[in-house]
Design a binder for this molecule. Sequence first.
Ligand code: GLN
Length: 507
Amino acid sequence: MVQFRAKRVLRSLLLGLVCFLLISSAVKSQDKPVLTVAVEPVFPPFEFKAPNGDFQGFDVDLIRAVGQAGGFGVTFQSIPFDGIIPALQAGTADAAVAAMTITQARSQAVAFSQPYFKAGLAIAVRDGTTGITKLDDLKGKAIAVQIGTTGAKTASAVAGAKIRTFDAAVLALQELKNGNVDAVVNDSPVTLYAIKTGNLQGIRIVGQLLTEEFYGIPLPLNSPNLQRVNEGLKTILQNGTYAQIYQKWFNAQPPQLPESAFGTAQTAQQTPTLGSVSVILNALPTLLKGALITLQLAAVSVFFGLIGGSLIGIARLSTLTPVRWAARAYIDFFRGTPLLVQIFMIYFGFPALLQAVGLNFTFNRFAAAIVALSFNSAAYIAEIVRAGIQSIEVGQSEAAQSLGLDSVQTLRHVIFPQALRRMLPPLGNEFITLLKDTSLVAVIGFEELFREGQLIVAENYRPFELYASVALVYLALTLLSSQGFSYLERVMNPVKRSSSRTQRGSL
Ligand code: GLN
């Protein structure tokens, strides 16, 4: 009887579940689609974050209105600008609003909506700079730009210009403010907004606009949503919503927009796509040049890191308490905070702080990278040195001292040579970690291996081939280094050395 009732309950439960699933799927299918829209939220006034963490800006309002008119919802996903096209290609985002200029090259990789904003590039300089008003004046000058942007492309065409690429336009502008470059080439509305809001003092725009550009909403090629987006855009352009949003952010009447960004030629011209092997072969020389810089960075940083780390490691073992504590504090700070934050602090924060107190200080990028990497690795190396020294039995120093050696001699002739051998494997690990960590200095515009790869992707939109090649070059570097350290271990091992000598002797 009980069994029978249990069966009935189970059956009605199952039936209920099936009904629920059917009804909810029916409701879902009637629901409007929700597009995942990529944004780069550090490009005010187009897209940025409100203090409460919400996305805001002209583009954000625009896509919401387009969605309402075109019959789709939106959820935002924050992605760096140079990652947006790869994300669309990979299908991780359905569309993007990123103040993205419609260009021929980009139109090969993504499908653009009709133009929704008229903009142009402008040159920004520090107050008091003279002699720069047009692109030609930038010949031989240092220019900061955002990676993968039309500003970067325009600046790179200037003869002899030294281009510094940053992940975000704000960083390029900060670089100008800090006095490390002569100019920034960036979208005029963005630079103007930064100046107007007072976030960027001492900077001004000079001369005429360099270009006339139109922003579009990029979607994956052949996206079924393109029509919805275009219809939504058309509706809000006609019903006054667009003008309202424009008024809100720019306090002006919107200009007339063309149907297509390419004038009378309605669509972008297609050029044949290169095969993967050609893409890799074309990129290889640049990547190898970057690899050389990576090696240089790692070698110089590990050299200073070794000196600093040895001193701090020995200080950790000092009998003087303040010395021990200072060494401990250093290690805790540099091990306990992310290297990326340290790089930003040293390169952007430190000069800004000194300038705020009236000192005219700028940091050379190589120096800043070396300082950040060596300070960081010194903290790790200090612990390796301390552990290495402590691993040598007390009897050894007792014996040395009974032979009449003082403490420095004991350390130098007895403890250190043995400790060094024990330190080698962890030092090898540290070197490999450092080699990989050099990729982080790409954020200060340093063109090492990873950045070279990123720059090529920003041009050709072939992330898979490029990042796979970059990974392989890093792998080759780390494998070579670990071979080098194994060799050192073998050479420094007296047991193996003497056994190979006896072997040779017996032959
Ligand atoms: N409009 C510029 C471009 O498309 C910059 C866009 C951006 O940085 N978000 O290249």
